[in-house]
Design a protein. Structure first.
Ligand code: NAP
Length: 594
């Protein structure tokens, strides 16, 4: 058992207390120490975070003021410090909040010091941990029993809201407070809620596909923040999990947490977007890779079973594999796209085998509390890898910014004066505290902020696009080199080579009905002899339809069309009649060459 933080020795009532000098219980000083981000120092964490003294925030009737003992570190506040992709301070000022600064921090442990008049679930003196889902209790959707995670008022505490946990006091909604596991130190208990609650909703939040005894779960990034929680949650549900990792040195860590075994993703190379479905050999190669991955899964499991749940967050590079290996009727549940957002799906596997691709985001109050029961019962290790003193809060974020932080969850002391304080009870059940291999650091690309207005719902500031007003007509090549649908591939090949062009427009009268690109020509040769391919008709191999743009279209819009559809050229029309072609080569010449 260890000592709690030092209570102010004289028990004196003051307006400001030193860090680690605990005010008498229930006394809220007028001011507090905090790490602040201000717009004039947006940038790297070492520059963005500065220590200041500010007025202690007041609370509303449904709110609670918590004296922070330790705070968890998450990537969100690296973004907040950079001021991108959203200036959270400007966004709040626009919404009517006056403070010209941001106090971050979306994970914490602490002691309740004041409660609003409507608060019934906690009282002054309670030791709590906090989840980061906030929403207005007056929201119509929430009042009618809807999931608060879908409320238009939903906000992430300590990122979208001010007065997070990087201060002596934090302002939270009462519903965010949950009992603190007494067998954990202040810093351990401050470090797990965000990732564990997210993993809980992913695995337990989706109706018929929720994890259950006997299920198999495939967990990407098993040694990462989310993955390490998912392994333990799956274990507690009586399911078997197989973790994916990038090195043999992480296998022991994942199996100690409860995984049956691991797959080393470095043994495979079929990652990324799916090959084109018309590309027979490319697709066959991909299938070979993904089947090899599936075989490895069976080997680790010791039986030929497909996972009922796939726990996804890498996104673009892994979704095709996740969907392929998932059991018929199973679910791939995804909460991030760390490697990219344009994930490709072979719809045949999705509809024929009736799989579900489900998005998931943080967790609601009920789910966070269900997760916390697991922590309270001793079945969830916080997987805290590193704790920092208060002074090093910017450094902890800087390490994260530079991808030099260890795997697992990190925390910083705030009110606690030494590491290891706050352990008031024995662990309810014996628990292994696996540690990651020494010198382990991240290689994960910088994750997207947890909350960010998406274009359709954005209240973000307008984006200014640099555009010099160039029109497609200023750049295109006049004239169309075309062919008829009934021409042969051999004839088109000759045209392409003679004229040194990359695509031919398929014309029916004066209407463009398709395009034959070099890619189409090469694909036509697959599975056919050269003679057979040459004799094949254009209409059988062309890409039907024709991406067109009007001669008066802005060049920037035409480029968006091409990049969005991954095409290299557009047919240019005037009064709906094809008159020329715009190619990416023309664009490069214009926008990049001297
Ligand atoms: P993390 O601790 O960095 O772990 C991510 C794991 O992904 C790494 O351990 C790494 O493991 C694996 N990984 C990296 N690159 C990969 C690749 N190319 N293919 C497959 N696996 C790869 O991060 P985290 O805390 O688990 O969070 C993961 C993502 O979820 C982040 O983007 C985070 O922002 C997001 N997130 C979302 C929510 C939400 O509510 N929506 C909540 C929390 C986190 P190996 O190298 O060992 O394979």
């Amino acid at each position: 058992m260890s000592v709690a933080a030092k209570v102010s020795p004289t028990g004196t009532i003051k307006d400001l207390y030193d860090l680690g000098e605990m005010p008498p219980l229930g006394h809220v000083p007028a001011e507090m120490h905090a790490w602040l981000i201000r717009p004039d120092r947006f940038g790297n964490p070492m520059q963005a975070f500065q220590k200041e003294v500010v007025p202690t925030p007041s609370i509303a009737d449904d709110e609670v003021l918590v004296y922070v003992m330790a705070a968890g570190i998450n990537y969100n506040n690296v973004w907040a410090g950079l001021g991108i992709p959203v200036n959270v301070i400007a966004a709040r000022n626009k919404a009517g909040e006056p403070e010209p600064f941001h106090i971050g921090g979306s994970d914490a442990s602490g002691i309740v010091y004041a409660v609003g008049k409507d608060v019934t679930n906690v009282k002054v003196g309670d030791e709590v941990v906090m989840h980061c889902a906030t929403y207005s209790r007056d929201c119509k959707w929430v009042k009618s029993g809807g999931d608060p995670m879908y409320s238009p008022t939903f906000k992430i505490w300590g990122y979208e809201t001010n007065y997070g946990s990087f201060a002596q006091f934090t302002r939270v909604q009462a519903q965010q407070c949950m009992p603190r596991p007494q067998h954990m130190s202040w810093e351990e208990s401050a470090s797990y809620t965000l990732v564990a609650a997210t993993a809980w909703r992913m695995l337990h939040g989706w109706g018929a596909n929720a994890i259950k005894k006997g299920d198999v779960a495939l967990i990407w990034g098993g040694a990462g923040g989310l993955g390490s929680m998912a392994i333990q949650i799956a274990k507690a549900a009586g399911a078997t999990s197989v973790a994916v990792v990038s090195g043999e040195d992480k296998i022991d860590y994942c199996t100690k947490l409860g995984a049956k075994g691991c797959i080393n993703r470095k043994e495979f190379d079929h990652w990324g977007m799916l090959p084109h479905w018309k590309d027979g050999p490319g697709y066959a190669k991909w299938l070979k890779g993904v089947r090899g991955f599936g075989a490895k899964l069976w080997e680790v499991l010791g039986e030929k079973r497909a996972p009922n749940l796939v726990f996804e967050h890498p996104g673009e590079t892994t979704i095709p594999t996740s969907i392929f290996v998932c059991e018929t009727g199973g679910m791939v549940v995804v909460c991030a796209g760390t490697t990219g957002y344009n994930a490709t799906v072979d719809l045949r596997y999705l509809w024929m085998r009736q799989k579900r691709l489900q998005g998931s985001h943080f967790a609601n109050t009920v789910q966070a509390n269900e997760m916390n029961q697991l922590a309270l019962s001793g079945q969830l290790d916080a997987c805290m890898s590193r704790v920092f003193p208060y002074e090093e809060l910017p450094l902890a974020h800087q390490l994260m910014h530079d991808n030099k932080h260890p795997h697992g969850n990190m925390a910083v002391l705030v009110g606690a004066t030494e590491y290891g304080q706050g352990i008031n009870a024995k662990a309810p059940i014996p628990m292994a505290h696996p540690t990651m291999p020494k010198d382990d650091v991240h290689t994960t690309p910088h994750p997207y902020p947890m909350a960010m207005p998406l274009p359709s719902v954005a209240e973000a500031e307008p984006v200014t696009i640099a555009d010099d007003g160039t029109k497609v007509g200023d750049l295109m090549h006049k004239g169309i080199i075309g062919c008829a649908p009934t021409d042969t591939v051999g004839q088109v090949a000759k045209t392409m080579i003679d004229k040194d062009i990359h695509a031919v427009v398929v014309m029916e009268g004066d209407k463009a009905v398709g395009v034959v690109s070099q890619t189409d020509m090469v694909l036509a040769r697959q599975g056919r002899t050269a003679d057979l391919a040459r004799g094949t008709l254009v209409k059988d191999i062309m890409t039907p339809g024709c991406a067109t743009c009007d001669v008066g279209t802005l060049l920037s819009d035409a480029v968006s069309l091409m990049t969005g559809r991954r095409m290299h050229r557009l047919v240019v029309t005037e009064n709906e009649k094809p008159i020329g072609v715009l190619s990416m080569t023309d664009v490069v010449r214009r926008v990049l060459a001297d």
